[in-house]
Structures are given as C-alpha cells and as structure tokens.
Design a protein around this ligand. Structure first.
Ligand code: NOJ
Length: 440
C-alpha cells in the first residue's frame, strides 16, 4: 500500500499563538494583575506574575524552539497596559522590547501576526469604566496608532481584538473575567463598543499601512440542538447569532444585530481583510429557562466523544471544517488563529491535532480559502480564570524551574510544518489512534 500525505498549499502559515498576559509575566499595570489578587477569582489562586517569563527575555528561547520545530509564523499579542501605562504616558522601553521581539521573529524567518487586544487592558482604562465607557473606541484607536506606528516595519498582519465574543460575555455576563459583571444587556452593549473600536482600529491601521491586512480572531463554537425539540433548535439559533454571527456580520455590512436588537454602525462595514477563527469545540444545547445568568440553555457534548483533561473541550474535528464553511459567508479569506486542547499528559492532543488538520485539509480541498493555522499554544501558559490548571502547550512548562519539556505533539506538529502536510508516517508514529480516520 502506498503511504500518502495530505499536502497544504505553498506558503501556508504554520505557527502557534500566544497572548501577552498569558506568557510575559511582571506586568503591574494590567487589569489581570489586580484581578488575580482578588480572593477566589483564579483557580488555586494561581498567578501570572512570572508566567513563561518572556518579559525577562525567555521569548528568545521559545522563538528558537518554534523555529527549530519548522514553524514559519507566530501570533503574539502586545499589552496596551505596557505601552500606555498611564493615560498621558507612552512607554518607549516597552515599545523597544516589542520591536526586539518582532525582529526576533523576522530574523528567524517567522511571519509575525500581532493581536492588539487580547482580554486585558491598562488599569486606568478599567478605572474609567472599561468597555462601557463611550470613549473606549477613541482610547483604543489612540493606542493602536502608537503601537502600529512603532511596529509596522516588522509586521503587516494585525488582529485588532481577540475573541470579542468570549471577552464580552466572560467579563460582562459570566463575570469570570475582569470587571466581573453579570448582565446580558451590558455584555451585548460592550460587543457593540468592540465593533466600533475594531472599526476605528481598522481604519487607523490602513491609514498608516495601506498594505496591511487586518481582522479579528473570533471564537467560533458550533451550537447544535441536543434534541429535535423546537425549543432546543431555537436556543441553538439564538446562541449562534449572539456568539458567532453578530460580530463578523457587523464588520461586513455595518449592522450589529444580536437577536432582537439592531444597530447601525456604518463605519464598521467592510472592515475585515481576513476572518481569524479560533476553534476548540462544538456544543449541544438544551433549552433550559432556569440556566441562570440571563441565559436559557445548558450545554453538553455528544456521547462517546473524547474529552480534554478538564472536560471543557470535546474532540470534534468536523466542527473546524464547519466553522470554515460558515465563515466563508463573510467573503474574506480565513486563518485558523487558534485551535488546541488542554492535556497535560499529551494523551489526546496528537490525535486531536492530526484529526483537526485533516478536517481542515478536506474543507480546503472544497475550495474554501484558508491561509494558515496557529496551534494554541507553544508552551503551557496562564489560562485566565483557570490559572495553571489547564495545559495547552506543545511544550510543558515546569513553573518552578521555567524548564520547557517537549511533548510528543511538538514532534508531530514539527513534522507537519516541515513537510507542509500530514503524512501517514508521522501519524503512524505520533498519533496511531488517528490512523483509522486519516489513512483507513
Ligand atoms: C482562547 C483564548 O484566546 C486564549 O487566550 C485561551 O488561552 C484559549 N482560548 C484556551 O483557553
């Protein structure tokens, strides 16, 4: 039997994704610094104050690792709270540090993709009312102007806002992100503010760098009805609209339309050059008026689906392909800006990785335009309210010693990046349990 390889297109971007607050450490000006100090906010009272120690320079060794593992791109975020620690002060040293990091990527022949807002802001922004403040689009645009002016010699691929849906609902509905509010109406309003802030950032970046490509990274979660009940169907439809659809639709036609609300935001029309998709899992929904927190459904995963260590993520590779088919309606190319699983023992990750990339390969062969894939993540990092309890890294992090320990998935991904494809040899060696699905 000949052994096959599923090849990806030439110049496909292969990388990992990270975020400042999760890897850098030593930042006292960010909302998460204050948040982790509050009792009960983070699992096990974990801290991000050292994290992966990038701010002290360990980004160098991690970029070396990524380069040696054949990655040709890296997605990172820069911290607004470092660049503008006070309303009237720009920190040139912080900008220099980011310049160095981006030069570090370019010199390693890795294409940088920079996220401008990834779940955290300066404390002074929070004190002024955060995303509920009317002025936030202007404040954000001023920061974006400063950051892009400094960094555009090294980067032309920008993500304005990471997962505006997860952020707005986490921070203003579920209350597990700062500022910890719990109100659906506020969360929906914050999303509108984020549409405006994105639009301002988009136009600012294009004014400074006409050749740039600007988009968002959206968490896309396929919601399916758990049963044939019309109420479950309705719940899935409403959740899909609120969570997946409302934001990117507004960037296409300038109309923000979550469920029963409709708002014209004309400056947002046509403000995405690509759609970044963060896909982790699909979910089944059952209508439940007592779900709490202003929501009306409870989620579950299909029976007999392998789950991640924490149980938060189910291995549903076709969901990635479905999110690409769904995303195509916005009429721009797509980039998988995140995909991964928490798995400290690397028990399921090799299979998850191989099967998701195979699903991606299949949908791309149906002519859906996808330009790259960023695995979440390079080295275990601080998982927000879940602290260090979830481990998403291709490399394990020993928090005591800062040692990085390579997981088998890192070898598998390195082979995929090297060959620009998924070979039977690599799958047989590193993810044998994916063989029946990939190479029957
Ligand atoms: C998506 C978020 O963008 C990222 O910050 C987070 O760590 C991963 N999901 C995994 O939970």
């Amino acid at each position: 039997m000949p052994k096959g390889t599923y090849y990806f297109p030439e110049h496909f971007l292969w990388g990992t994704a990270t975020a400042a607050a999760q890897v850098e450490g030593r930042n006292q000006n960010s909302t998460w610094y204050a948040w982790e100090k509050e009792e009960g906010r983070i699992v096990n009272s974990d801290s991000a104050q050292v994290a992966c120690d990038w701010w002290s320079g360990r980004w160098r060794e991690d970029f070396d690792r990524a380069q040696a593992a054949n990655q040709n791109a890296h997605r990172l975020s820069i911290a607004w709270s470092r660049i503008q620690p006070e309303p009237d002060r720009w920190d040139e040293d912080a900008l220099d540090r980011y310049r160095e990091m981006l030069t570090g990527l370019v010199s390693r022949k890795m294409t940088p993709m920079v996220t401008l807002h990834h779940f955290s802001e300066p404390l002074w922004v929070a004190e002024m009312g955060g995303w509920e403040n009317e002025a936030i689009p202007d404040l954000f645009a001023a920061f974006v102007r400063k950051a892009v002016e400094a960094l555009m010699p090294y980067c032309n691929l920008w993500v304005t806002i990471n997962e505006p849906n997860v952020f707005a609902y986490g921070a203003y509905l579920e209350g597990n992100f700062p500022p910890g509010k719990q109100d659906l109406k506020t969360a929906v309003g914050v999303m509108a503010q984020m549409v405006r802030a994105h639009a301002r950032a988009y136009h600012t970046i294009h004014e400074l760098q006409p050749e740039s490509r600007v988009g968002i990274a959206l968490n896309v979660r396929g919601f399916k009805p758990a049963t044939w009940s019309p109420l479950d169907k309705l719940a899935a439809k409403i959740y899909s609209n609120l969570f997946n659809e409302a934001f990117p639709k507004a960037l296409k036609d300038g109309v923000y339309q979550p469920f029963l609300r409709k708002e014209q935001i004309p400056e947002a029309a046509g403000t995405q050059d690509f759609l970044g998709i963060n896909y982790y899992t699909n979910e089944l929904l059952r209508f439940n008026p007592f779900a709490g927190g202003g929501m009306f459904a409870t989620g579950s995963f299909p029976k007999n689906t392998a789950l991640s260590e924490s149980g938060d993520i189910a291995n549903i590779p076709m969901g990635l392909a479905e999110s690409v088919v769904w995303g195509n309606k916005f009429g721009v190319p797509m980039i998988i800006t995140e995909n991964g699983i928490d798995d400290s023992k690397d028990a399921i990750r090799p299979r998850y990785l191989a099967e998701h990339l195979h699903a991606l390969w299949k949908v791309m062969n149906g002519n859906y335009p996808v330009e790259g894939y960023f695995h979440w993540t390079l080295v275990d990092n601080f998982e927000w309210e879940r602290g260090w309890s979830q481990r998403f890294g291709l490399w394990e992090l020993d928090l005591e010693t800062q040692a990085r320990i390579k997981r088998p998935s890192a070898e598998l991904y390195a082979e995929i990046c090297r060959t620009n494809g998924i070979s039977a040899d690599a799958v047989e060696k590193y993810a044998p349990d994916a063989m029946p699905a990939l190479f029957p």
